[in-house]
Design a protein around this ligand. Structure first.
Ligand code: BGC
Length: 749
């Protein structure tokens, strides 16, 4: 038996010891006569009403106050024995009423372990980074990945997964862009929404986070993201709105930062007005870990649950909330609403009816799911002289740098999933949070060697650029790896760390047949781009990343990822050439002015300003080629639908993502000339064709009027562009639309 299988077995045996807790809850579910809220035939609303009516004040208070799930030194804290040690959080249940505890785990790529944990880390399957999943432009892939990590959460004893990161990549240097869905509201909302649906298909709750405008990590606990209501609703909020409509997440996590000078977790505008009133959200709002700053202010603004005591300065929703309710500073009805929302989500998502049971995990099957995600997310940015897929003619291939002999990089911080079998490289990165730097043990070199077809692979670690260049010159082909670790709590530079640009430049100068493979959490600058024959963005590709990469490089599968973010040519092109704030003063208060770009995030800003990026949003090459024809628009009952034919004109099977952009004819009146209005990933055999039809959400044809609280479409001519990227437009059509006003409560189909 292999080491990996033995670990799986040992884990399965270990996990079964916790069965009694689940059984106790299941037994409680039998006494429906005494506890009518346990009757699954009643609606979640009825069940929540019934259970809240039975609760004592202290029981209510129990549900709105969470604890950290790991040991902590400062302040000294040990979670209750019933918590899942090493986890993000725990909220005790109410056994008398059959309310199960809420066991919370991070995050969006799989079941994470908090690094503070003194217990052995859970070793689990990691999806590729969120940005990589977004780069698949394939919601089915996102759903399957979500379903897989949700099942691992469930099998590990968790019923709340702190996933669903959908903050727009407003700044390419944001250290958490790797956790999110890119820079466009439609793409991010669709992809993250699909992943949340997948997670929740396991009868557990997923969050969506971080609500809202948590656009940088520098001074993240204090920085104020300043923006107008309408610009926010047409950008960052819209990504949340789309994702919430598609997935109905049980909980929304409010963010660390302030917005227009008010903390997100005590913003009336954000929580009560936009989320709960305008959108009619019925779930509960939990705070990020350390994001609660008050009792009455936060509770009355719409915060329903304080997370992770000891992270906040005080236990605001503990004894202080009890007192605030007693004194009337927080109405009793508000506390009841908080508890009702929490229990309602627990009913909606099956936490009462399907108690979590720890159990074995099929890591081999899950490896295939993460691999499929990684394969579709890898983006072929440049490919000259047919360098890729790796052809049989290269006899000697050099592989250089970034520990490509042993593994693939992952993103750091609370979302860190620890690899099955342990990290491939030990002792890297910060000892404290957000370290360590973790390489998943999936070696690109070994995966390539397994497909060598007569070629010899030689590895060089890249620490000596001259030696690497010498090897490159002596080789038929070179694959040089560049990486940029990104992690929660810090932003990163667009310039590759540790002088890697010099290494890549030296190697590409020595041999023009150089393929550069990047493992980064988002955009980076590429001063050597003209010298490289091919460039591949592999992001942080997850548990089976090496295998996925080898399959794309060798053409076993098509390269089919498309960029979910713009890669700028320089930081000067950005709305803020330098990030606001000062990382050396983490407690200091700063403002960042998001009204500079407003809703013109990412490619919209580049289009508006007429800037040429290094690689545009939506860009990505395939080994096949595709032609688009027959672009048509139709407007039925005010609904714009765009259709066209895609044909594979290449010699191999491939996948393409045709993209539909819309804008007012003449380009004026919106935040930017055009917006992504639809897309569809298609798989086509050589010569095959398919008709694609895309219904455009009316909000993407409107601007938001904050005074009237309506989505307004102006009567007139609109231009529909069909492209292979935001800058590679293949066909255009004009369409005339009538004026339209939709209420703020409008929900898509
Ligand atoms: C992060 C959240 C995470 C939480 C729990 C915070 O530092 O911002 O995304 O879910 O920790 O670990």
């Amino acid at each position: 038996m292999k080491r990996q299988q033995m670990r799986g077995l040992a884990m399965a045996l270990m996990l079964t010891t916790a069965l009694p807790v689940a059984v106790a809850h299941a037994q409680a579910a039998h006494s429906v006569a005494a506890k009518p809220w346990l009757n699954p035939k009643l609606s979640p609303d009825q069940r929540a009403d019934l259970i809240v009516a039975q609760m004592t004040q202290d029981e209510k208070l129990t549900l709105v106050f969470g604890y950290f799930g790991s040991n902590q030194e400062k302040p000294k804290f040990t979670p209750a024995p019933e918590a899942r040690m090493g986890s993000a959080g725990y909220i005790p249940g109410i056994p008398r009423l059959g309310v199960p505890p809420q066991w919370e785990t991070d995050a969006g790529v799989g079941v994470a372990t908090q690094r503070e944990s003194s217990d052995p880390y859970l070793e689990r399957t990691s999806l590729p980074a969120g940005i990589a999943t977004a780069a698949t432009w394939n919601p089915e892939v996102a759903f399957k990945g979500g379903a897989m990590i949700g099942s691992e959460a469930r099998s590990s004893g968790f019923n709340v997964q702190l996933a669903g990161g959908v903050n727009l990549a407003r700044d390419p240097r944001n250290g958490r862009n790797f956790e999110y869905g890119g820079e466009d509201p439609l793409l991010a909302g669709t992809m993250v929404g699909a992943q949340i649906r997948g997670i929740q298909s396991n009868n557990i709750i997923s969050t969506i986070k971080h609500w809202a405008l948590n656009g940088q990590e520098t001074n993240r606990m204090t920085v104020s993201s300043n923006i107008s209501d309408s610009a926010a609703r047409m950008s960052d909020f819209l990504a949340f709105e789309f994702a919430i409509e598609k997935s109905n997440p049980g909980s929304v996590m409010c963010a660390y930062n302030r917005i227009n000078s008010t903390y997100a977790c005590e913003s009336q505008w954000l929580l009560n007005d936009v989320l709960k009133k305008d959108w009619g959200y019925k779930g509960y709002v939990m705070s990020d870990w350390g994001a609660t700053h008050s009792t009455a202010k936060a509770a009355n603004a719409g915060l329903d649950q304080e997370s992770a005591y000891t992270f906040d300065k005080e236990p605001f929703f503990g004894a202080p909330l009890k007192e605030a309710v007693a004194k009337g500073a927080v109405p009793q009805a508000r506390l009841d609403d908080m508890v009702r929302r929490i229990t309602r989500s627990m009913f909606v998502h099956g936490l009462f009816d399907h108690p979590v049971v720890k159990g074995p995990i099929d890591f081999a099957a899950h490896g295939k799911i993460t691999q499929a995600d990684a394969e579709e997310g890898i983006v072929l940015l440049k490919n000259e002289h047919g360098l890729l897929p790796l052809a049989g003619q290269a006899r000697k291939i050099a592989v250089i740098g970034s520990h490509a002999d042993v593994g693939v990089l992952s993103g750091g911080g609370s979302s860190q999933v620890f690899p099955i079998g342990g990290a491939a490289v030990k002792g890297l990165g910060p000892k404290g949070f957000p370290g360590p730097i973790v390489y998943h043990p999936s070696s690109p070199l070994k995966a390539l060697q397994a497909r060598a077809k007569g070629a010899t692979y030689v590895y060089n670690d890249g620490t000596d650029p001259a030696a690497a260049a010498k090897l490159a010159a002596e080789s038929d082909l070179v694959i040089v790896f560049g990486h940029q670790w990104a992690a929660e709590s810090a932003d990163y530079s667009l310039t590759l760390a540790d002088n890697q640009d010099a290494l890549i430049d030296a190697v590409a100068s020595a041999n023009p047949k150089t393929v550069v493979v990047l493992e980064t959490g988002g955009a980076v600058l590429m001063p050597w781009a003209n010298k490289a024959g091919a460039i591949v963005e592999a992001w942080f590709p997850g548990t089976n990343g090496g295998e996925a990469l080898a399959r794309v490089l060798t053409g076993e599968v098509d390269a089919s990822g498309r960029l979910p973010v713009t890669f700028p040519a320089s930081a000067d092109q950005l709305p803020r050439p330098t990030i606001d704030g000062d990382a050396s003063q983490p407690e200091a208060f700063f403002d960042t002015n998001y009204d500079i770009e407003g809703a013109a995030v990412g490619y919209k800003w580049f289009d508006k300003k007429g800037l040429t990026p290094l690689f545009p949003f939506g860009h990505g090459l395939s080994y096949a080629s595709f032609a688009y024809s027959g672009l048509k628009t139709s407007v039925v009952k005010d609904q714009l639908t765009v259709s066209f034919v895609v044909r594979n004109t290449g010699k191999v099977a491939g996948k393409d993502t045709p993209q539909v952009y819309v804008g007012p004819k003449g380009g004026k009146g919106w935040e930017a000339p055009r917006r992504l209005a639809g897309f569809k990933k298609v798989a086509l055999a050589p010569g095959a064709a398919t008709t694609v039809s895309v219904a455009v959400d009316p909000r993407l044809l409107s601007t938001f009027d904050s005074k009237a609280k309506t989505w307004n479409r102006t009567a007139g001519a609109y231009e529909v562009s069909l492209g292979a990227s935001s800058r590679d437009v293949k066909a255009k059509a004009d369409v005339t639309l009538a004026a339209q006003k939709l209420p703020v409560s409008y929900k898509g189909q």
